[in-house]
Design a protein around this ligand. Structure first.
Ligand code: KE4
Length: 441
């Protein structure tokens, strides 16, 4: 299929968006979907299959978001759909334990041995919120250290940005978060190993936990520099703070054992989401038995959820995890993602665009209109966001759905092989040329 250069009609998305804004803030149930960062009309989707999405007007797109990670085996995979249908026919929710929850917990423990014990939640936010509470309950301390540009869900104590001053006690990034909450959160630059050393020297005895995206994906894809994660591990050990790897995005996305499997660095607590639910609402937090034994009903840290461990979501998760466990799954996913990045960089060069770089780990990727890969948030904000936005729309008009923000990573599925990849590269050829023409005007 030749890449179109404009989508014929998006009138259904336009009218749905107008209606949606009457009853839903921004017309969306999660802010990034509103296209505020890139402008234009968000697409309302009606159907997805494998690597493809169809919007309400029937336009086809190659998807490079995969629902922000969950659709790693491809949308509407027959095995996942069959598992969901079978589970649903036996009941949607019991509010009581089921065998599937045990099977899922054992599978996760076998793949992430640091998670000796865990609890399922209905979102990544619930997982990180609970992990923070467990860390505070286990250590009896209150301070949390996080990093600028890392997003851990809309948890009050984590919606905090670097404050002023040398050692940055946080300021809220969101209205509604009391200053007193933000004051318990210290925020440093990602990869600021020296800053972490200084922070622990001054505040170590008060730090309950460090929470980090071990490969950042919420300021676009940013890798840890050598020694950064190792320093966090060493300092948490020496100050008896807990190290929390927020692997909601990276868990079972960068490899079968997450970043902890790639690096050999075992956190004290891990949070998960996205892939483990296979597209259904699911999160998880867990760690050493000694730590998780503070969680009610075993211990004094309360945590609960009506739909936690929901049998239909668990069925989707187990079906998905079975597929990603197949031999060669991550080798293939890693290869196709890396090859696509190389293809995009080459086509940008061919079009005469020098400031375009790309990176990938496993099935997640980052593209940047910049001359070098970012190491922290300032590098990402220094990249050419306007050029990204023009590229985003040029690709959207050509039937490729990129993440609608320069500050988001992208995600492929195992189904992104052959035609969908060729289609993306053909669209990129034309989109990059379009950028150069626009620049020449
Ligand atoms: P949820 O509550 O959205 O399930 O998970 C929150 C979360 C926690 N930790 C990490 C590392 C995450 O990436 C996320 C959610 N990621 C965003 C993507 N940037 C979800 C998309 C959205 O907010 O709509």
């Amino acid at each position: 299929m030749n890449a179109p250069t404009s989508i014929p009609s998006i009138t259904q998305s336009q009218s749905l968006f107008a209606r949606a804004q009457q009853t839903i803030p921004g017309g969306v149930n999660s802010p990034v979907r509103a296209f505020r960062s890139v402008g234009g009309t968000p697409r309302f989707f009606a159907r997805a299959q494998g690597p493809y999405l169809w919007d309400a007007d029937g336009n086809r797109y190659v998807d490079t978001i995969c629902s922000w990670g969950p659709a790693i085996v491809g949308h509407s995979h027959p095995s996942v759909i069959a598992a969901v249908q079978k589970a649903a026919e036996s009941g949607l929710s019991f509010g009581a334990p089921t065998a599937g929850e045990v099977e899922l917990a054992e599978w996760v423990r076998d793949h992430l041995p640091s998670m000796e014990m865990m609890r399922l939640t209905s979102s990544g936010t619930e997982a990180t919120m609970s992990a923070i509470r467990v860390a505070r309950g286990f250590t009896g301390r209150s301070k949390i250290l996080k990093f600028e540009g890392c997003y851990h869900g809309h948890v009050d104590s984590l919606l905090v940005k670097a404050g002023s001053g040398l050692l940055t006690f946080g300021n809220p990034t969101s209205a509604g978060v009391p200053e007193s909450f933000a004051a318990e959160t210290i925020v440093l630059d990602y990869n600021d190993t020296a800053g972490v050393e200084a922070c622990f020297a001054e505040h170590g005895a008060q730090i309950a936990a460090v929470i980090v995206e071990p490969i950042a994906g919420n300021m676009n894809l940013v890798r840890p520099v050598p020694g950064f994660l190792e320093t966090l591990r060493r300092l948490c050990d020496s100050h008896k703070s807990l190290l929390i790897f927020d692997e909601v995005m990276t868990g079972f996305r960068v490899g079968a054992r997450g970043v902890q499997g790639l690096t050999g660095i075992a956190p004290d607590l891990t949070t998960l989401g996205k892939v483990i639910g296979g597209g259904m609402p699911m999160g998880a937090f867990g760690g050493r038995k000694e730590i998780m034994s503070v969680v009610a009903p075993l211990g004094p840290v309360y945590q609960a959820g009506t739909l936690s461990g929901n049998p239909v979501a668990v069925a989707a998760g187990i079906a998905t995890l079975k597929i990603i466990s197949e031999p060669g799954f991550f080798e293939t996913l890693t290869r196709i993602t890396s090859e696509l990045m190389q293809g995009l960089v080459q086509r940008a060069r061919n079009a005469g665009i020098e400031g375009f770089v790309a990176d990938s780990v496993g099935g997640m990727f980052g593209i940047y209109f910049s001359k070098s890969l970012p190491k922290h948030m300032d590098d990402v904000t220094a990249s050419d966001r306007d050029q990204f936005n023009r590229f985003f729309h040029a690709m959207l008009d050509r039937g490729v759905y990129l993440a609608p923000s320069a500050y988001e990573a992208g995600f492929l599925s195992i189904q992104h092989q052959g035609e969908p990849i060729d289609f993306i590269l053909k669209a990129a050829d034309s989109a990059f040329a379009n950028l150069q023409t626009a620049k020449a005007r």
